[in-house]
Design a protein around this ligand. Sequence first.
Ligand code: G1P
Length: 271
Amino acid sequence: MIKQAIIPLAGLGTRLLPLTSVFAKELLPINGKPGIEYILDECIDAGIKEVVFIISKKKQMIKNYFYNDNFYKKIIKKKKDPRILKEYQKILKYKKMIKFVYQNKPLGTGDAVLKTRKYIKDNFFLMLLPDDLIIRHNCSKSLIKVHNRYKSSVMASMSVKKKTVSRWGIFKLKKKLDKKNFLVSDVIEKPSLKNAPSNKAVIGRYILSKKIFLKLLKQKPGKGGEIHITDSIQSLINDEEKFIAHNFSGKYLDCGSMNGYIKSTLEIAKL
Ligand code: G1P
C-alpha cells in the first residue's frame, strides 16, 4: 500500500514573477483556494496518510500557513463565523498529516527527494510536483492502482507537442502492457528535439521505490547543473527496475507558468 507522499516545494517560482517575489507560488489562490490544497486533497482522496513537504527558509510561509493556530483561535473566539471554523478544521486536518524537511539550496528535484530519505518507511512512495495540477480525475489514485497491479514504479505520462519536448522529461517506450500503461526503456530530462526519443512526457506524479535514494546519493548534476530525479530513474531502469508510464485521464494544468496559472483558475471555475 502507498501511504506516504512527498512534495518538493522549495522552488523559487521565477516563472510566476512578480506574484512570487514575496509570496510562495503554492499558496497562490486558484479559484479561491491555495494551489497546494488541491494537491493535498488529491493525496487524501488517494488514501495517503502522511505527506512530507520539502521547503526552504525562503518558503517558511508555507509552514506558517498550516501553523497559524493562535491567530485562528483568537478570531474564532471573537467572531463565531462557521465558515472560518470549518476552514480552520480543514487546516488542522492537513497539519496533522504534514512533516517538513528543508532544502536550502536549489540543487534540483533529485536533491529535494533525497532530503526525505529518513522519513520514508515503506518500499514505495508517491511524489507530486505541485506545479502540475490534474483535474477531473485523481491521477495519484490511478497511479496507485497501476502500482498495485504491476508491483512496479509508475510515472504519469502525457503526449506533448513535438516542438515542446525540451520542456519535459521524455520517455522511450519498450512495450505496451495495456491500453494506458507502457513499460519504459529510457527517460531523458529535457532533450533537444533532435535527441527526443518520442513526444511522451513525464508529468509530475511518480510512484518511486526506496531504491531511488541509493541512486540519488551518487547522482551527478545533469541538465542545467541540477540533480534530476529523471537521471536517477534512468539509472534504476539500467539496473532492470520496472518503470511504467501511465497515460492518465483528466486535464493537466501547468500552474507554474503565468499563462497556465491564469488558465487553471478559469478551468477550475468551470468544474
Ligand atoms: C519536472 C521534471 C520533468 C517533468 C516536469 C513535469 O520539470 O524534471 O521531467 O516532465 O517536471 O512538469 P520542471 O517542471 O521542474 O522543469
